[in-house]
Design a protein around this ligand. Structure first.
Ligand code: G3H
Ligand code: 13P
Ligand code: ZN
Length: 314
């Protein structure tokens, strides 16, 4: 199976009480680590590319790396559905570029605009995408944290209003909706106790029965990686993520897509730092990037099996 959209994936995830992992990809080792994990667990997967990733790696490189992953799977007889998704599409042009370039899913992130402007922009992307068989994720509500160059402070973060969510989906025709219920991007999600507004998620799902919801900012920031980073010369004290039990609960509700980027960064950095300190003679990038790739694989496998519940659902 080559690239596919999220349509059937989300339908099965919604009905089955699990979620699909959407992992941010920026280079070859990340893609390989994720693909090894999904192959070993027979799981569907969403590989997502941000505008920042396109700028870093070059859009053509990323597309070809994903194509390589699919070709490798075909050669070895693996039948894993893979979605190539644009994460946080900032404008119509970027979405169009990805749709024209073979992405099967795009996100238009109009959450920085007012309601009406967000509706208009999302509608425009939906119209262009649907004519070409591509699905669209939109966002309503504001997450705290950093996305590309846009920084949203905690006081500016805004929970999604359930009535607005229902109206937004009806008017835009989007295929899935990212909502704000207390998660945030990055490795510092909560100062005190972690809290998510499951009541808002529940209300939204009642107003939009069967409709797939997306959770951004869903890294759990494993403390083992935070400790390793800090022990081996890093400086990220107090980093804290969403408790895995909360993600599990969200996956049994209407959340069909769970976005994970920071945990990949942490897994790689912790293991590269450890290698540099424990093996100071190493200067072959394949040694430390190889360790980083294995760490990504192990982390993704853990998410699939113990958190998302999508193992065996390919
Ligand atoms: O939501 C943001 C993702 O973590 C992507 O991050 O824009 O730095 O690639 P990035
Ligand atoms: P994290 O920073 O929690 O990994 O969130 C990633 C994300 O939402 C990508 O869109
Ligand atoms: Zn996000």
């Amino acid at each position: 199976m080559g690239l596919t959209t999220t349509k059937k994936m989300f339908e099965a995830a919604y009905n089955g009480g699990y979620a699909i992992g959407a992992f941010n990809v920026n280079n070859m080792e990340i893609i390989q680590g994720i693909m090894e994990a999904v192959n070993e667990t027979n799981s569907p997967v969403i590989l997502q590319v941000s505008a920042g990733a396109r700028k870093y790696a070059n859009p053509i490189y990323l597309k070809k790396l994903v194509e390589a992953a699919i070709e490798c799977n075909e050669k070895s007889g693996k039948d894993i559905p893979v979605v190539l998704h644009l994460d946080h599409g900032p404008d119509f042009e970027t979405c169009k570029d990805c749709i024209d370039g073979g992405f099967t899913s795009v996100m238009i992130d109009g959450s920085k605009y007012g309601f009406e402007e967000n509706v208009e922009l999302t509608k425009k992307v939906v119209e262009y995408a649907h004519q070409r068989g591509v699905v669209v994720e939109a966002e309503l509500g504001k997450l705290a944290g950093v996305e590309d160059d846009v920084k949203v402070s905690e006081s500016d973060a805004m929970y999604t209003n359930p009535d607005e969510a229902a109206e937004f989906v009806k008017r835009t025709g989007c295929d899935s909706l990212a909502i704000a219920i207390g998660t945030s991007h990055g490795a510092y999600k909560f100062k005190g106790e972690a809290k998510l507004r499951f009541d808002i998620l529940q209300e939204i799902s009642e107003k939009l029965p069967g409709f797939p919801i997306v959770l951004h900012g869903a890294s759990s920031v494993p403390q083992e990686f935070v400790q390793m980073c800090n022990e081996y010369g890093g400086d990220i004290p107090g980093a804290k993520g969403v408790p895995e039990e909360m993600l599990r609960k969200a996956a049994t509700m209407a959340v069909c897509k769970i976005n994970i980027d920071s945990d990949i960064r942490l897994a790689m950095t912790a293991n590269i730092r450890e290698c540099f300190v424990q093996e100071p003679g190493v200067f072959d990038p394949r040694t430390y990037l190889g360790k980083a790739r294995t760490a990504v694989k192990d982390m993704v496998k853990h998410k699939i099996v113990d958190v998302l519940g999508c193992a065996g659902k390919a």
